[in-house]
Design a protein around this ligand. Structure first.
Ligand SMILES: [Zn+2]
Length: 387
């Protein structure tokens, strides 16, 4: 084997060992050798190198299988931190997490959807606040992830954010300069799918659809556990799937798009106009008082969501659908109306099995997803010994 090949094998071994420590901690060197199939001296030398670089640490002693009780190894989740920012149409959420995605600080601000300077200012300000709360650590801030409801191409350059045309490329280079860390950009629904896969409570997600319903509707599609992006990275724009060929013209150029019916903006617009309170607060108050019109609106919301989901279930045959919407999360009964619509529009034989779950991460799903992307890239660079 030549030197380049040897270096590559070492890197792959190191990556494999670190991955297994993260997945199985606390774990002994002997157990790692058993899991990875690598011999004990390889495990031992790679573990020493990881210990030296503070990304893992030794903790207590585990069960003995005869002989001395082995020293156990753990991933040092506090070796560095990540920031994830979700810029919605009318809100921004910023989370500071450790390297296992545990939220250390979380900030959220409601924003006027047309006020671009205020959104950009909030992004800078909340990220600044998060960095101030970051505990001391070996690697400090490892990166910043930002997601937006828009088209993000495979090179992670924003292409189109119709609801929120912020100057994200300028923001990206500004943040990179200010904090001297990489900044990653992702589509909000894709980020949510990653967040659910890594940190959600829906179990192992192999063939799953993350449906994000806010001002618009976006899908994050997981196929064989991986994000399906399409050739340019623009997959999942199901909000612009037509459900009425003669329906009203949409800003995307199509007619009768799903999100013209089933988005929050479409269904709850009467409640957006006559009050200054946030939509969720208004809706919650009315529903809590048993307001008949509001309960009917919920039913309608579920109906329109179901009409689109039938098409998605038929097209992609997902095992799991994860629904991310603050109103549905507050009123899970809406799911009944979604399911009722799906069954009423499918012959029993034509409808495949599917699980419909409400997002367990709720409003933080996408910010946690981009935070995970930061951590994943940090660990890749770490293995490449770029530190
Ligand atoms: Zn459209």
């Amino acid at each position: 084997m030549n030197t380049a090949d040897q270096a590559l094998v070492k890197k792959m071994n190191k990556a494999l060992i670190l991955e297994q420590i993260i997945a199985n901690a606390p774990v002994s060197r002997a157990k790692l050798s058993e899991i990875t199939g690598l011999n004990k001296s390889t495990v031992s030398s790679q573990v020493s190198s990881l210990l030296q670089r503070d990304i893992i640490f030794e903790t207590g002693r585990g069960q003995s299988s005869g002989g001395r009780r082995p020293v156990m190894l753990k991933f040092n989740r506090k070796a560095g931190y990540a920031i994830g920012a979700d810029i919605g149409t009318n809100y921004i959420i910023v989370v500071l997490t450790d390297l296992e995605g545990e939220i250390i600080e979380q900030y959220e601000r409601e924003l006027d959807e047309t006020d671009i300077p205020a959104t950009e200012q909030a992004l800078i300000e909340l990220i600044g606040l998060a960095t101030l709360k970051m505990p001391d650590s070996h690697y400090g801030l490892t990166g910043i992830g930002v997601c937006v409801p828009g088209l993000v191409d495979n090179d992670r350059n924003i292409v189109f954010t119709p609801n929120k045309p912020i100057h994200l490329l300028q923001m990206k280079s500004l943040l990179e300069k200010a904090y001297n860390v990489p900044v990653f950009v992702e589509n909000e629904a894709n980020a949510g799918a990653i967040g659910e896969r890594e940190y959600g409570h829906s179990g192992h997600l192999e063939h799953a659809i993350f449906v994000s319903i806010n001002a618009g509707i976006g899908l994050g599609i997981l196929m064989n556990g991986k994000l399906f992006r399409g050739v340019q990275g623009f997959s999942g724009e199901a909000g612009h799937m037509s459900i009425d060929m003669n329906g009203p013209l949409c800003r995307c150029g199509n007619k009768g798009c799903w999100e013209l019916y089933a988005s929050e903006r479409a269904v709850f617009s009467p409640y957006l106009s006559h009050t200054k309170a946030p939509l969720y607060q208004t809706v919650k108050e009315l529903a809590d008082h048993g307001d008949q019109k509001m309960l009917e609106t919920f039913e309608t919301f579920g109906f329109y969501i179901g009409v689109g989901l039938v098409n998605i279930i038929r097209t992609l045959n997902p095992e799991t659908i994860i629904l991310r919407n603050t109103i549905v999360e507050s009123y899970p009964a809406i799911v009944d109306s979604i399911k009722k619509t799906i069954s009423s529009r499918s012959k029993k034989e034509a409808l495949t099995d599917y699980r419909l779950n409400i997002s367990s991460l709720g409003r933080t799903a996408s910010s946690l997803g981009v935070s995970y992307i930061v951590i994943e890239r940090f660990l890749e660079r770490f293995i490449d010994e770029q530190f």
